[in-house]
Design a protein around this ligand. Structure first.
Ligand code: BG6
Length: 479
């Protein structure tokens, strides 16, 4: 096999996150997480973040698709598709219901023991995220989320407990899911899910809080990497970046420079994870704007000693920005500069569809960080229809995935990028993070449940199930 082709042991699989599929939100002492206080939104309508669980409101994570009780049936279906790996997360609040306890919840630990054993029974390698939008709610109400330095200790204690417990069951880990989402600090959902920052209408200090919280997360991540390698030197511990390449709207130099500044402002998180220090462009930014107020010499040392083994990434779409003269400093937060890209199609939720942007992203990350990549999310959220005979035909999903897998293989074969695995998002239908909907479906496996929480939860194989099975069987040659 040539060095520039997918290796025989390429990790084909699928990805989910605990809070979006497990349900059982209070079972066996699980504590509330931030996901458990988010109501369902709709296409174009934000989810509401409530003060605790409010009677009479609908919270999709509470039951989700009941994976907690049905995981054996679901893993069996993944095995039937030929999965080599399965990416999920550990719900932090199952292990530490409040987040600040000394002793873990044994029932929570036992659940993941059983889940990982079930995967291993089929030769499926678990790929585990430590924190995927599910910080214990108590850490928000008592400590204000990641604005508080104490969270570093709580997180590393949690990481140490699970690293030791699953030392021989899990090799691939990631620390914080899509840590760069919070670049848009004006978005309540992103601030709450990334950092447990719930600011309500008080946005005044949001930018500084975000940079401080992100700094503590990066220190916690570096400590976890260091710790994990001591517990098991074979561990591969990665970061997880939401890779949305930012294109200039035109060839005007101001647009090109604006896109470059936007890339810097969004991807410095990956620099710190992978290179162990803040890039000079961010140091210059902080020198001018007092936004990261607490950083110590010891923090800098920790960052330099805890660099990740690989870059985990999600890729869904590209984004296009245009310069605005009201913004002569080329500042970038997110939506304020985004313009339509007429050269790409859009999903039913308005997300651009851009397979070449995926190849571009893989090249960009490989060129910047010189580390292996793992694609841990990619996919198309779409409405599916169950036919009268019970079948589900989803050619749009197959088309999307086919084009993206083609682009990934081109990046490997033509551009020499090293990719360890590919786990399309929501391999089984689950709750959408952004909207809380069930009808925004990504899966190869349909789950009978609607946006109001009704349905039998029955699992049905879609056409894409059989297609992906062949893709895996052929190691990506039969697309
Ligand atoms: C990523 C997240 O942002 O995209 C997942 O890591 C999320 O948790 C996925 O579900 C798709 O987004 P959405 O909003 O369509 O669920």
């Amino acid at each position: 096999m040539s060095k520039y082709s997918l290796p025989k042991n390429f990790l084909w699989g699928g990805a989910v996150a605990a809070n979006q599929l497990e349900g059982a939100y209070k079972e066996e002492n699980k504590g509330l997480s931030v996901a458990d206080i988010m109501t369902a939104g709709a296409n174009g309508k934000n989810r509401e973040i409530t003060d605790g669980v409010v009677d009479g409101k609908y919270y999709p994570s509470h039951e989700a698709i009941d994976f907690y009780h049905r995981y054996k049936e679901d893993i069996k279906l993944f095995a039937e598709m030929g999965f080599k790996c399965f990416r999920t997360s550990i719900a932090w609040s199952r292990i530490f219901p409040k987040g600040d306890e000394d002793q873990p919840n044994e029932a929570g630990l036992k659940f993941y023991d059983d889940l990982f054993d079930e995967c291993r029974k089929y030769g499926i390698e678990p790929v585990i995220t430590l924190s995927h939008f599910e910080i214990p709610y108590h850490l928000i109400t008592k400590y204000g989320g990641w604005r508080n330095r104490k969270l570093i200790d709580f997180f590393t204690h949690y990481a140490e407990i699970v690293f030791k417990r699953y030392r021989d069951k899990v090799t691939y880990w990631m620390t914080f899911n899509e840590i760069d989402n919070q670049t848009d600090y004006t978005n309540q959902f992103l601030m709450a899910t990334n950092s447990g920052l719930i600011l309500k209408d008080n946005q005044a200090d949001a930018e500084a809080l975000m940079y401080q919280a992100a700094h503590y997360e990066l220190v916690a991540s570096a400590l976890a990497v260091h710790l994990g390698h001591r517990i098991n030197p074979n561990f591969k511990i990665g970061c997880m970046i939401n890779m949305t390449p930012i294109y200039p709207a035109s060839s005007k130099p101001v647009d090109i420079f604006q896109a470059e500044k936007a890339m810097q402002r969004r991807y410095w998180f990956a620099d710190v994870h992978a290179l162990g220090k803040y890039p000079r462009n961010m140091e210059a930014f902080f020198a001018k704007n007092e936004l990261r107020r607490d950083i110590t010499a010891e923090d800098r040392l920790i960052l330099s000693e805890g660099t990740v083994d690989y870059i985990g990434l999600s890729y869904y779409n590209s984004m296009t920005v245009a310069y605005k003269k009201e913004n002569p400093d080329f500042h970038f937060v997110g939506p304020e500069l985004v313009v339509d890209n007429p050269n790409v199609e859009k999903s039913s939720w308005g997300w651009p569809i851009d397979p070449l942007g995926f190849r571009y992203s893989l090249n960009w990350l490989a060129d910047h960080y010189h580390k292996p990549l793992m694609v841990v999310e990619n996919g198309l959220g779409a409405y599916d229809k169950v036919e009268n005979n019970g079948e589900i035909h989803d050619p749009y999903r197959i088309d999307y995935l086919k084009a993206h897998i083609r682009a990934m293989i081109d990046a490997v074969e033509e551009d020499g990028v090293e990719v360890l695995g590919y786990t399309p998002w929501g391999c089984i239908d689950l709750v959408s993070a952004g909207t809380g909907q069930m009808s925004k479906r990504y899966g190869f496996i349909y789950v009978d449940k609607d946006d109001q929480g009704h349905g039998s939860l029955k699992r049905i194989k879609k056409d894409s199930f059989f297609w992906y099975q062949k893709v895996i069987q052929s190691n990506g040659t039969a697309l």
